[in-house]
Structure formats: structure tokens, C-alpha cells
Write a protein that binds this ligand. Structure first.
Ligand code: C2E
Ligand code: MG
Ligand code: MG
Ligand code: MG
Length: 291
């Protein structure tokens, strides 16, 4: 109920990412409130992008950044995407929010490159609703306006995106690939896809879902699934990246089993653009010393 939600919210404090607000209730009035808040958030620029490093398992260098949205609400504090993206999708606001994310991430990446930092692709998450026939032209416009070369943009789609309308999705994905960007399948292993789409869809990488990575050391099935996905990716000539890596044991397992890339708290939490700038600066120093 709203009361208990409010109680939990108070208990957890306003800066907690797990903040559970009263408007999460399924009542119509609360949904309307949510819709109004999200609209305002878009107009008032209350959204922020955080960036999380992706690292190569060969040498530990930073080989990418994933852009992750946060909502800095004046009333509620920092709100994580799991709490509002589903509402934005339902309310039809995911398209304008997604456009803001894409524009901001491309501009930011171009700024890093212009500052002479080591160039890395920036990855942007796409909701199923964004996967429409207008998307390739929109992405092309954003790239042109930001001046970012397509090779430095990656789009993360989920298996469920792919399942929605296979024919239309294939066409859109091919149009996106023609721009020269990278496409990866996020949360791989959690969706309902068949293996056959992996052949038909022009994707470049698989991201092993963090639920499998989390249990690598404790659960033989998770370990077997991770190994199988790594093999599958390589057979299909795809890169494979593990998300949610939190400790050395998981890192060692992934490295031993030939995973290409890692991402997780063990290597760096999602951070502000300013913090990621510093991280890339340190990387530049490291590369300089290695030379
Ligand atoms: P995702 O794309 O699978 O992103 C990975 C999530 O795992 C992120 O949560 C990240 O902060 C978290 N994470 C990273 N490393 C670790 C780790 O070591 N341990 C654990 N436990 N978690 C880790 P976040 O930022 O809360 O985002 C949640 C989801 O919200 C994302 O999952 C993505 O599906 C969605 N999302 C985020 N930003 C956007 C966006 O701009 N647009 C859309 N459509 N969806 C977004
Ligand atoms: Mg993602
Ligand atoms: Mg993921
Ligand atoms: Mg995930």
C-alpha cells in the first residue's frame, strides 16, 4: 500500500537507489502523477547519464563505456532506471527520453575524443518501443549532429526487442548496421529467443546477464551456462562480455574461460561523466607508460 511504501522510503532515506516512492503504486492517480513527473523531468533536465567502464580481459584496458540513465528528482533524490523506465515505456515517454539519452551519450563521447582521451565506443540501451522504422534515420541524424563517427556508438538491445516483430526488427537492425555502429544483445540468456535469430540478426556481441555471473562460483549450472554462452558467441564470431562482475573469483573464471570483456562493480561502478573523464585520463597515462 502507499502507506507502507512511504514507510519503506523513509526508512531507506532519500538518497538510496532503492527508493520506493508512493507513486509506484498501481493506482490510476499515481500513474498520472508519475506521467506528469516524468514529463517535467524531461523538460527540466532532471535526467543524468552515468557511465560504467567495460574492460578487455586480455590486458585490463578500458574498451568501452555504457551509458546508464538516472533520474535526479528534486523530491525523491536519485531514482534508478528500473523504477521509472517501465512507466516511461507504458506512458509513451520512452521515445523522447531515449532520444535524449542517445544525443547526450553521443555528444559526451565526441567531447571525450575532442579532449584527446583514448577513444572508446559508448553503449546506449534501447527499449523495445524505440525499435521502430524511424530509428535508423534518427540515429543517423544524431551522429551527424554530434560529429561522432558511427564506429564509436554501440546499441544494446534485449532479446525481447528482437522477438517483438522479427521481420521489422531485422530490417531496422540491418539499416542500423549500415550506419557502421555496433549492436549487442543485452541480458543474454534471460529472454525467450531461439538460437536461430542469432544467425539472422546482424549483432556484434552478446552480454551475459549478471544473474549467471553472480552465481558462477556457487552454482554449477550458472558456470556451465556462462561457458556455453562464451563458446556459442565465439562459434558465431561474436564478442562476448560479462556484466555484473563483482569479485576476483568471477573475474578469474571469465578470463580462464575465454570471455572477451567484463563490466561490473569490481572494475568500476557507473559514474558521472566527470568521474569517467578522470578514469579515461588515468587510462591515457597508463597507455603512455606502456609505450
Ligand atoms: P542493463 O543495461 O543490463 O545495465 C546493467 C545494470 O547492472 C545497471 O543497472 C548497472 O548499474 C548494474 N550493474 C553494473 N555492474 C554491476 C555489478 O557488478 N553488480 C550489480 N549487482 N549490478 C551491476 P542500472 O544502471 O540500474 O540500470 C538498470 C537497467 O535499466 C539497465 O540494465 C537497462 O536495461 C535499463 N536502462 C538503463 N539506462 C537506460 C536507458 O538510457 N534507456 C533504456 N531504455 N534503458 C536503460
Ligand atoms: Mg545494458
Ligand atoms: Mg545487461
Ligand atoms: Mg541487465
Amino acid at each position: 500500500s502507499a502507506d507502507s511504501a512511504m514507510y519503506r522510503a523513509k526508512e531507506q532515506g532519500r538518497n538510496n537507489f532503492q527508493f520506493f516512492a508512493p507513486w509506484m503504486d498501481s493506482q490510476v492517480s499515481n500513474r498520472l502523477e508519475m506521467l506528469i513527473s516524468l514529463r517535467r523531468a524531461l523538460d527540466q533536465q532532471e535526467f543524468k547519464l552515468f557511465y560504467q567502464p567495460k574492460l578487455s580481459l586480455k590486458d585490463g584496458s578500458i574498451i568501452g563505456a555504457e551509458a546508464l540513465i538516472r533520474w535526479e528528482s528534486p523530491e525523491q533524490g536519485m531514482i534508478s532506471p528500473d523504477r521509472f523506465i517501465p512507466f516511461a515505456e507504458e506512458a509513451g515517454l520512452i521515445v523522447p527520453i531515449g532520444e535524449w539519452v542517445l544525443r547526450t551519450a553521443c555528444r559526451q563521447n565526441k567531447a571525450w575524443q575532442d579532449a584527446g582521451l583514448p577513444p572508446v565506443p559508448v553503449a546506449v540501451n534501447l527499449s523495445p518501443r524505440q525499435m521502430n522504422p524511424a530509428l535508423p534515420d534518427f540515429v543517423a541524424d544524431v551522429l551527424a549532429q554530434s560529429g561522432l563517427a558511427a564506429a564509436w556508438l554501440e546499441l544494446e538491445i534485449t532479446e525481447n526487442v528482437v522477438m517483438k516483430d522479427a521481420e521489422k526488427t531485422v530490417a531496422a537492425l540491418h539499416a542500423l548496421k549500415r550506419l557502421g555502429l555496433q549492436i549487442s544483445v543485452d541480458d543474454f540468456g534471460t529472454g525467450y529467443s531461439s538460437l536461430s535469430y542469432l544467425r539472422r540478426f546482424p549483432v556484434d556481441a552478446l552480454k551475459i546477464d549478471k544473474s549467471f555471473v553472480r552465481d558462477i562460483a556457487r552454482d554449477a549450472d550458472s558456470a556451465a551456462i556462462v561457458k556455453a554462452v562464451i563458446s556459442l558467441a565465439h562459434i558465431l564470431n561474436l564478442r562476448v562480455i560479462a556484466e555484473g562482475v563483482e569479485d576476483e573469483e568471477q573475474h578469474a573464471f571469465l578470463k580462464e574461460n575465454g570471455c572477451d570483456e567484463v563490466q561490473g562493480y569490481y572494475f568500476g561502478k557507473p559514474m558521472t561523466a566527470a568521474d569517467f573523464t578522470r578514469r579515461l585520463g588515468e587510462e591515457a597515462g597508463r597507455l603512455g607508460e606502456a609505450r
